[in-house]
Ligand binder design. Sequence first.
Ligand code: SAH
Ligand code: SF4
Ligand code: F3S
Length: 491
Amino acid sequence: MQDKTAIKDAPAGRSTGKSVFIRTYGCQMNAYDSERMAGLLRPLGYAPAASPEAADLVIVNTCHIREKASEKLFSELGRLRALKAKKAARGEKMTIAVAGCVAQAEGAEIAARAPVADLIVGPQSYHRLPEMIARAARERGEILETDFAVEEKFDRLGEAREATGPTAFLTVQEGCDKFCTFCVVPYTRGAEVSRPVEAITAEARALARQGVREITLLGQNVNAWRGAPPVGHAGGETRPGKGGLWGLGELCRHLARIDGIERIRFTTSHPRDMDDGLIAALAEEEKLMPYLHLPVQAGSDRILKAMNRGHTAADYLALIARIRAARPDIALSGDFIVGFPGETNEDFEATLALAETVGYASAFSFKYSRRPGTPAAAMARQVPEAVKDERLARLQALLERQRAAFNAAQIGRVLPVLFEKPGRHEGQIVGRSPYLQSVHAEGPSSMIGSIRPARIVAVTPNALAGEIVAAENADGALSSAGAAERDLRLA
Ligand code: SAH
Ligand code: SF4
Ligand code: F3S
């Protein structure tokens, strides 16, 4: 799960009647939740607003993962307080709600420090948002709604959902039981819960009907997903996992049968939950894209143990070898933390060595950030900031070289690209390769929403430049032969 912090604001729209603006920080899970909140509020008459200025209700969906991520909330609330006062002077009302992981972890503190927040709602209680909004309209003062009720959450969120393009997120799993010693997620998102196959399938079908071609299955530990097979599906070509339950591999195979769904991705996986069923699905299911985000965090066994990761560096490398044997062209991605308490130079060198051995197509790396309440925050031998800076710079230089090499290796190849939206320049369209690289090409907007073969002709810092080729000219240079051929037939 990537925390990109302040990535996407809610889409602009009409602002007749009441309107809501949602600012989203944090990972894809938060982006998904923001979409769901917008969906829940629509029946109450809230249309999406183009800006906080134009909105009657502003929701800040927060992230708690690192210190800087949570600080953003208070600066955002400062700006909103000024806006609210300006509106009040004009006789206009504005409601401010704080949602997400900071709301869950620090609800009481937000209420004390930022009384401008009218509502505080944790991720487990979004289904109660309409009721809270209605109550807030009647009463004054903030309302705290951060009690855990995870099972209810999935039940009550319903399936109504508007797709906003050819790709969509779909939450299949929530929460974390891993308790890495540095991480707040088990506290903000609660225990691991899997959504039932039927609900997931219904949502995927509804998305496909709206033109979605690619779904990304989301979960803090997505590959810990387990579920009872739907009635009539226990045997046949599927491989029931332990205790007759399906794992993520079986779920992906099942979703791949839905007409219209051409690509499936999933994120974020934990090395401990990467089972044979999922590796087999990666090898055999053409719609599963050859890209895997598999965070390792560190390369030193001593640090991995102190982090409570439950695997060694050798376990991780052996797992990567099995995955690569199953899907040779797989692009690997990961997360790293430098400067975990007690990390020595030697430990850090082991992280560099591991990254060197794996060869990542892309990766995210962070300085360890001390999170109150987590075991690592109380550990001795916290690493000085300057040392963390230096280590991060060295690791990022290595990961950046690997990313550039992976991208450069695509030049001359023909890749199936799912075009998602218009590009920055007139006549340009942008999409993704199977390896999740951004690809831009000259092409008509009518191609948006379809998978087209593109010959990669150049690499820019953040994207590949492609030329769309006619399907019959797409040669054998395709990376993942099966998937690519099928994509071309469709194009
Ligand atoms: N469930 C996912 C990730 C959750 S958070 C997983 O297990 O990979 C995303 C990333 O943020 C983590 O992988 C980790 O690299 C980073 N992260 C989490 N807590 C952190 C902390 N206290 N300091 C620095 N980075 C952290
Ligand atoms: Fe955090 Fe570890 Fe759980 Fe990932 S697996 S969410 S890093 S506790
Ligand atoms: Fe951040 Fe919560 Fe996601 S802490 S990374 S928004 S699960």
